[in-house]
Write a protein that binds this ligand. Sequence first.
Ligand code: ZN
Length: 183
Amino acid sequence: MIIILCLFLSSLAHAEVLPIITIGHSTLRAQAQELTHPEILSPENQKLIDDMVQTMRKRSGVGLAAPQVNKSLRMFVMRSFPGVPLTIVINPKIEYLEAYGKIDSREGCLSIPGKSMVVKRFNKIHVTYYDRKGNFKSEEFKGFKAIIAQHEYDHLNGVLIVDLVEQMKTLMNYTGLTDAPLM
Ligand code: ZN
């Protein structure tokens, strides 16, 4: 157990903080590419996962998608918080569970510095994905975890929160406040 913990800590100790690209960069508008099973397990992408986790933590984000570090891959990471472990999500498919309704969610985006916006999110979603070991997962996310996953999933499809704000409300919702969670 101690050895495993040391290996884990040393792998993150070597992780790099990657530059985050911002709105206007073409990678943020691209449809990201799925990874094959060997690509998921490749040393290059395993390091990318560690680097993304490190980058998310250092930038105080709750989530980070690969396109935000200029890698057009269908992959994102989500921070751990009480009751929810650190989650690595690869090749996700989301089913929006409309029966559980939508909520207003105030979000910041690491790729849109200094701004936060109120957008509509589904309360509950069903997600299938692969973890960093290439294991298939089928889970329901709800609450804050569901919100983060929807934000990050949009990044994989070239969608940013500015696209989701209703036009008439844009100026009202587009504030300079930065206390919203960063994703
Ligand atoms: Zn974002």
